[in-house]
Design a protein around this ligand. Structure first.
Ligand SMILES: CC(C)(COP(=O)(O)OP(=O)(O)OC[C@H]1O[C@@H](n2cnc3c(N)ncnc32)[C@H](O)[C@@H]1OP(=O)(O)O)[C@@H](O)C(=O)NCCC(=O)NCCS
Length: 242
């Protein structure tokens, strides 16, 4: 049995049919652009017809997808797998992907900004963003990312063109939330984290959204997020493809 990827057609950039002996038995959606910046290729979605599963088709399709992304100058692959999706988790594990960050989500209510929280002014914002960029890039490097890839991912995280300014409690403690996603959070202790999460929830609810999300790359804010009602939603996986 020969498994191949075929472009799904004009106007469907990045969408491929997974074919077994020439017949479409599934599909995969790829992009060289994503939330981790230039150089990381994303598997946005993959599926195989239920009747054709567990025959290695997805595995071969993923390896072909890596080849496609290498051709788009990517040096890493990434995939977002919903929590509890055993088949997709087994698939990425079988292909050598390592667990990266985790997305958690929580419902929000407009409760008013907690006392002591205010929007940053322009100078504070510049200083805090520069420090946050450095801190995050260093944490990625400590986790094994090559320096340019770490820098690209850290930059992509804070490169939000329409985000309003971060909210701060002073002394560098701040949260930056845009369209229901917390882009960055720095806090000296769990109390400050909880206050900033409440502020982010209020800001998000005031925009008419019902839920906010945060990506955690380590356990620093995990306890405070769980206490604030966040639950795991998605696990990100990645691997180098040099
Ligand atoms: C995930 C999916 C694409 C896997 O397709 P597939 O062709 O069956 O996968 P493969 O046969 O190539 O499996 C490769 C390896 O992945 C793992 N795997 C696949 N399905 C698995 C399952 N149900 N449970 C545990 N591990 C699984 C195994 O390690 C497997 O190797 P093995 O069969 O030698 O044990 C398929 O189950 C699917 O279409 N699911 C629904 C859509 C979906 O959830 N997509 C992922 C969204 S991110």
């Amino acid at each position: 049995m020969t498994t191949t990827l075929r472009p799904a057609g004009p106007g469907r950039d990045g969408v491929y049919s997974i074919c077994a002996n020439g017949r479409a038995i599934g599909g995969v959606h790829l992009t060289p652009l994503g939330p981790w910046g230039v150089g990381t290729g994303w598997i946005l979605h993959i599926q195989v017809l239920p009747s054709r599963r567990r025959r290695g088709h997805a595995c071969v399709a993923m390896l072909a997808a890596e080849e496609v992304m290498r051709g788009r100058r990517c040096t890493r692959m990434a995939a977002a797998v919903p929590e509890g999706n055993r088949a997709a988790t087994g698939l990425v594990q079988a292909l050598g992907y390592a667990p990266d960050s985790r997305r958690l989500a929580a419902g929000v209510r407009a409760t008013g900004l907690p006392s002591g929280v205010r929007m940053m002014d322009t100078d504070e914002r510049e200083e805090w963003c520069a420090a946050e960029l450095h801190r995050y890039a260093e944490s990625l490097r400590a986790a094994g990312w090559a320096a340019p890839a770490a820098q690209a991912r850290a930059q992509a995280r804070l490169d939000h063109p329409t985000a309003p300014a971060p909210y701060t409690l002073g002394d560098g403690a701040a949260v930056w939330v845009a369209h229901g996603v917390i882009l960055a959070l720095t806090a000296p202790n769990p109390e400050a984290t909880a206050t900033l999460l409440r502020a982010a929830g209020h800001v998000t609810a005031s925009q008419g959204l019902h839920e906010m999300a945060i990506d955690l790359s380590d356990d620093t804010h995990m306890k405070a997020c769980t206490a604030a009602g966040f639950a795991p939603r998605t696990r990100y996986w990645g691997k180098p493809i040099l």
